[in-house]
Every structure is written in structure tokens, then in C-alpha cells.
Design a protein around this ligand. Structure first.
Ligand code: NAP
Length: 297
């Protein structure tokens, strides 16, 4: 990888943070966080930790034993790690999944920054305030849960949840209501232009359209998209998914998934360090990694 300005030096005092995943080699978090530590002059390093599901309990115990500052957790550990932690943030408790662990003197706190990262990107990049607005969520998986709960906590007036497996849309609507929001589940094949017309924004959260399967039609017909909609896609490879292309061509405002990826990382950085994240530098690094990977294909 091309070296960006600002590199880290490991010393006897360097504090360690990692990302636990299986597989982990594809993770874009190490270059983003190491750049952020260098920019902020922090004596910290971020490393990949390949943890198999059977070893998760021992790996979590090692956070204490090795005095790590904390870790990120991703597929397949986000839900499985919950019983191993000491405390959970309100958001992580509702969602039942964790992507960030903070080690406070041996007490392990579980947080989930995915939903707040999405909303931060929504406000900063799309200037969209979710309070009092109706949003259509396409998908009901882990990312959809984090986003929907956060939107409910932020005061969205109603969430309409459409998912291929209808029962999961119903379960997510119930979760949103438990978090104090209003939600309604619809089956994908019952989604109509009228339902979309009543929404201020669409948030696509499934893996449909993700590279290498990106040459697919948009997950909902382009004709359903009206020009006043904001269309968000949390898929970040390719940068412009078929849904975002269709939305742009229909005159909609669009929000790509890269911003959520940067902001969820920035929020984790802030939880570990108590220092404001250098978001622009993290984004520059991420864009560079994404461009290099796209070129290598
Ligand atoms: P997940 O928990 O496995 O959920 C997958 C979702 O996609 C489910 O709603 C599933 O529907 C739906 N789905 C899968 N294949 C589909 C298809 N062929 N047609 C229609 N729906 C389909 O996964 P996740 O963790 O939520 O991640 C979902 C996507 O979000 C991934 O592309 C991931 O890269 C992206 N993501 C981005 C960020 C970011 O920071 N930008 C963060 C997290 C995730 P069923 O319930 O019917 O199976």
C-alpha cells in the first residue's frame, strides 16, 4: 500500500487495539485507525486479530489479560460477543450486537457505532435531519437493526421496513417500537410507489449490488424513486451501486456507504482515545485503500 504522510513508531509504551473477525484480512480498519493515531500523535497501534468462533471467549479474556485499549468486532462475532462483556451501551443493548469494545481497567464495555455512524454521515454529508421524518429501510439484517434503532432514538417519526424475509422485517419493527420508535413492516413484493412516495429517505442495507455482484438492477424499481427522496446505500463497493446510479438519474439526492464506514470508525476511535477523530484523514486513507483494491481487480 502507498504510504500516506504520518507513520507510526512502536515503542515500549505503545498501546494496542485490534479488530476481531473471521476472516479478517479484508478489513479496512487497520489503515484507517493507524493513520488516525499518527495524525493525532497517539502512541497506539491497530492490528488485525483473526479469531475463530470457537476461540471468541478466550479472545475476549485476552483483552483484559493483554491490557488492550479495546477492540472492534465484526462478522461473525458481533452478536456472539455480547454475553462475554461486562456492560453494554443503551444502543448496543437494544440492538443485541456490538462492534466496539472499550477496556476500562478490566471492565469491558460493549458499544455499537454502526447506527450512530450512519446518522452522523446522514447529517454531515446529506444535511438530512432524521427527527420527524419517515424513512424506508430496505433490509432487516445486523446493519439495518443498528441503523433503525439509532433512527428511532434520534426521533424519526416512522420507519417502514421492507425485507426479503418478511418475518425479519416484523421482528425489526417490533425492536424499533421497544426502542421507543414507530415502525411498520412491509413485504418486499408489497412495496408500492405510493409507500415510497410517503417517505423522505430510503436506506438500503442489504448486500444486494455489492461487488463483485454489482451488475444487477436496483433492488427496487427506479420508477418508485421520486426526485424529493434522499437515497442512501450502505454498500460501499462499488462506490456507486446500481440503486444510487438509478436514484441519481431520477434526480434524487444520494448518500454512498463510505461515509458510514468512516464515521463508525471515528466514533470507535473517540470511545478509545477521548480525542476527536481526524475524520478527513481517515476518509482519505479509506478512499485510497478502496481505489487500490478496485485497481487490483
Ligand atoms: P446481514 O446481517 O447478513 O443481513 C443481510 C440482509 O441482506 C438481510 O436483510 C437479507 O435479507 C438481505 N439480503 C441478502 N441477500 C439478499 C438478496 N439477494 N435479495 C434481497 N435481500 C437480500 O448483513 P449486514 O451485516 O446487515 O450487512 C449488510 C450489508 O451492509 C453488507 O453489504 C455490508 O457490507 C454492508 N455494511 C456496510 C457498513 C458501512 O459502514 N457502510 C456497515 C455494516 C454493513 P433476508 O433477511 O431475507 O436474508
Amino acid at each position: 500500500m502507498t504510504q500516506l504522510p504520518g507513520s507510526i513508531t512502536i515503542t515500549g509504551r505503545t498501546r494496542v487495539i485490534g479488530v476481531m473477525a473471521d476472516p479478517v484480512a479484508h478489513s479496512m480498519s487497520p489503515p484507517m485507525h493507524n493513520r488516525a493515531f499518527a495524525v493525532r500523535g497517539l502512541d497506539m497501534v491497530y492490528v488485525p486479530l483473526h479469531v475463530k468462533p470457537k476461540d471468541l471467549g478466550a479472545a475476549v479474556e485476552a483483552i483484559r489479560a493483554l491490557n488492550l485499549v479495546g477492540v472492534n468486532v465484526t462478522i461473525p462475532h458481533k452478536v456472539a460477543i455480547v454475553p462475554h462483556l461486562d456492560t453494554l451501551s443503551e444502543h448496543a443493548r437494544f440492538v443485541g450486537a456490538v462492534n466496539t469494545v472499550v477496556n476500562r481497567d478490566g471492565v469491558l464495555e460493549g458499544h455499537n457505532t454502526d447506527g450512530a455512524g450512519f446518522v452522523r454521515s446522514l447529517r454531515k454529508e446529506a444535511q438530512f435531519e432524521p427527527r420527524g421524518r419517515r424513512l424506508l429501510i430496505l433490509g432487516a439484517g445486523g446493519a439495518a437493526q443498528a441503523i433503525a434503532v439509532q433512527l428511532a432514538l434520534e426521533g424519526a417519526s416512522e420507519l417502514i421496513i421492507a425485507n426479503r424475509t418478511f418475518e425479519k422485517a416484523v421482528q425489526l419493527a417490533e425492536l424499533v417500537e421497544r426502542a421507543g420508535g414507530r415502525a411498520r413492516a412491509v413485504a418486499f413484493n408489497e412495496l408500492t410507489a405510493q409507500v415510497v412516495a410517503e417517505c423522505d429517505a430510503v436506506v438500503h442495507t442489504t448486500s444486494w449490488g455489492m461487488a463483485p455482484e454489482s451488475d444487477v438492477p436496483p433492488i427496487i424499481p427506479a420508477e418508485m424513486l421520486h426526485a424529493d427522496l434522499l437515497v442512501c446505500d450502505i454498500v460501499y463497493t462499488p462506490r456507486e451501486t446500481s440503486l444510487l446510479r438509478a436514484a441519481r438519474e431520477r434526480g434524487c439526492a444520494v448518500l454512498p456507504g463510505v461515509g458510514m464506514l468512516v464515521e463508525q470508525a471515528a466514533l470507535a476511535f473517540e470511545l478509545w482515545t477521548g480525542v476527536e477523530a481526524p475524520v478527513d484523514a481517515m476518509r482519505e486513507t479509506l478512499e485510497q485503500v478502496l481505489a487500490e483494491r478496485a485497481e487490483a481487480k
